[in-house]
Design a protein around this ligand. Structure first.
Ligand SMILES: [Zn+2]
Length: 127
C-alpha cells in the first residue's frame, strides 16, 4: 500500500489521489513570440530525474485540493508535502547505487550515460 499524507486530510491510500505532473512549471510570458519548437518544448518536455522530483497531486477522492510533493523517484520515498505556491523545502535523498554507475538522470537513457575512455579500455565500469 502506498500512502500519501494529504496536508488537509492526513494519510490516505494512493488510490484517492490523482497525479498532476511536474510542479513549479509556469506558462512563459512571451508565449505569443514563441516558435512552435519552443512551445512544444514548454508543453511536452519535463525533467525526469532519478532522485528528488517536485510534483503536483490532487486529493480527488477527498478534499479535492491540490498540493505539491517532493518524492525520491528512485525509491518512491515521499520527502515532503507542501502547499501550492510555496517553495519546496530543503531535503536530502539517498540514491541507491546502480551496478553500471549510470548518470543520475534516468536509467536506460543511453545518451545520458558517460563512458570514460579509460574505463572502456580496461573493461571496468562506472564513472
Ligand atoms: Zn485531502
Amino acid at each position: 500500500m502506498f500512502v500519501i499524507k494529504c496536508p488537509n486530510c492526513g494519510e490516505r491510500d494512493l488510490s484517492e489521489f490523482s497525479y498532476g505532473g511536474e510542479a513549479h512549471i509556469s506558462r512563459p510570458e512571451w508565449r505569443d513570440e514563441m516558435s512552435d519548437t519552443e512551445w512544444a518544448e514548454f508543453v511536452f518536455m519535463r525533467t525526469n530525474p532519478k532522485g528528488v522530483f517536485a510534483e503536483r497531486w490532487n486529493h480527488a477522492a477527498g478534499c479535492r485540493r491540490w498540493f505539491n510533493m517532493l518524492r525520491n523517484t528512485a525509491t518512491d520515498d515521499i520527502l515532503a508535502v507542501y502547499g501550492m505556491g510555496e517553495e519546496p523545502p530543503e531535503v536530502t535523498a539517498n540514491l541507491p547505487a546502480t551496478p553500471s554507475g549510470e548518470a543520475a538522470i534516468g536509467s536506460g537513457n543511453d545518451e545520458a550515460k558517460v563512458i570514460d575512455a579509460g574505463d572502456a579500455a580496461d573493461g571496468g565500469g562506472g564513472a
